[in-house]
Design a protein around this ligand. Structure first.
Ligand SMILES: Cc1cc2nc3c(=O)[nH]c(=O)nc-3n(C[C@H](O)[C@H](O)[C@H](O)COP(=O)(O)OP(=O)(O)OC[C@H]3O[C@@H](n4cnc5c(N)ncnc54)[C@H](O)[C@@H]3O)c2cc1C
Length: 379
């Protein structure tokens, strides 16, 4: 057993950290304040090949492993959660279904532009009445000659309206529950595709979230991904990978909370000595540091299992559950350590606390992760 990152992984981690500190961290607070998606960061990450980290070079990917991708999410997440979400989405849920289930033609047309940074993707599963119960899809797709006609509305979709390529889940066999769902690729300029207003969110404000509206939206028959009825399986398999990414982003948030807290605990003086001299503060820092190590091993191990092509569904849920709840606990503690200053926008910990919350919600809530983990444990 070897707990060390390989020299190559260490090198990639430092490269991602350097990029995060030089390009991402300096603009993160402003992007959050303005609630603005950064096309500039999108371009820079794309040019560096960061959107195709675990994909083969023949499709324009970096040909690296999933652990390398996890290190990227962690380092970018330490600087800006919204930018890490962009990175995670492009490398996993926006591209995975096309890579795993697309035809060669679909891969050339849709996967290559996403992972080479020429196109932004979106993954559309959630609806008003299909959140945790994702199988309750009301969006329908009906075959009409050589076209699929899609009708329905998707909620809370990351990159909706900005993205060029949309992976849409829709019912092709109503009444057949999850087995009646199919996956499709829809291009942005397709007539019948429109977008709702941008959501005004608590956190990850530099990530764009909106509704995707499909009204008599006609797409070519060949835009079906995989086979009819495979959509739910495609979505769930895809979320296993995305969840490891969310776990890694959470590590970045927790690391940032710890970094900010230790710095402040040494600087801030009360009663004539640094607040870090008090056991109350020391214990908060000790818990953050210990839980962060535990979370890191869960996330890295889930990525390693995936790289070994071993079953990793339960481990992805464990990694996401533990790391996201840690990011929340650690960022709340970080605000507490900063006292009143931590409640002010001038200090990074306030943003960390708002951003951490979403990691417990999207790509399956903590409750869903517990359901999946207990189901695996009880069978
Ligand atoms: C910022 C943001 C970005 C997002 N991006 C995307 C995206 O790009 N694509 C996409 O498809 N979706 C996206 N989502 C949607 C996200 O995945 C859903 O919000 C999430 O799955 C929860 O669904 P819901 O909001 O409908 O909550 P609900 O399903 O209504 O759940 C409400 C509460 O009930 C709990 N609950 C529900 N059922 C059970 C149960 N059986 N047992 C115990 N507890 C239960 C939940 O855990 C939760 O606490 C995004 C959400 C956010 C906030």
């Amino acid at each position: 057993m070897d707990f060390a990152l390989s020299p190559k992984h260490e090198m990639m981690k430092s490269m991602f950290r350097e990029f995060a500190e030089k390009e991402v961290a300096p603009v993160a607070a402003e992007l959050d304040e303005k609630s603005e998606f950064s096309w500039d960061l999108f371009r820079k990450m794309g040019q560096l090949g960061m959107f195709g980290i675990p994909y083969p070079q023949e499709y324009g990917g970096a040909g690296a492993d999933y652990l390398t991708f996890v290190l990227a999410c962690e380092e970018i997440g330490r600087a800006c959660t919204s930018s890490a979400m962009l990175l995670n989405g492009q490398n996993s849920i926006n591209s995975g279904p096309i890579y795993r289930h697309g035809t060669e033609e679909q891969k050339k047309k849709y996967l290559v532009p996403i992972i080479t940074g020429k196109a932004l993707g979106a993954f559309c599963l959630t609806e008003a009445d299909a959140g945790t119960d994702a199988s309750n899809q009301q969006t329908t797709a009906v075959l009409d000659g050589s076209e699929w006609v899609i009708d329905g509305t998707k909620m809370f979709i990351t990159n909706a309206g900005l993205a060029d390529i949309y992976i849409i889940m829709a019912m092709t066999d109503t009444g057949n529950n999850s087995k009646g769902i199919s996956a499709f690729v829809v291009e942005k300029d397709t007539p019948g595709l429109s977008f709702g207003k941008k959501e005004n969110k608590m956190g990850v404000r530099a990530s764009h979230t909106a509704e995707v509206i499909l009204q008599d939206c006609r797409i070519p028959r060949e835009n079906l991904l995989g086979k009819e009825g495979e959509g739910f399986k495609i979505a769930m398999q895809n979320l296993d990978s995305g969840r490891i990414g969310v776990g890694a982003i959470s590590l970045g948030i927790a690391q940032a909370a710890l970094d900010e807290s230790t710095k402040y605990a040494k600087e801030r003086q009360q009663f004539g000595r640094p607040i870090g001299a008090n056991q109350a503060i020391q214990w908060m820092i000790a818990d953050m540091a210990t839980e962060l190590e535990a979370a890191r091993y869960l996330v890295y191990r889930a990525a390693w299992l995936r790289d070994q092509k071993k079953a990793h569904s339960k481990e992805a849920s464990m990694a996401k559950l533990f790391a996201s709840e840690l990011a929340m606990r650690a960022s709340v503690k970080a605000v507490q350590i900063h006292g009143g200053y931590g409640y002010m926008k001038e200090y990074k910990v306030e943003r960390l606390m708002r951003d951490a919350k979403v990691c417990e919600i999207f790509e399956g809530t903590s409750e869903v992760q517990r359901m999946l983990i207990s189901r695996a444990a009880l069978t």
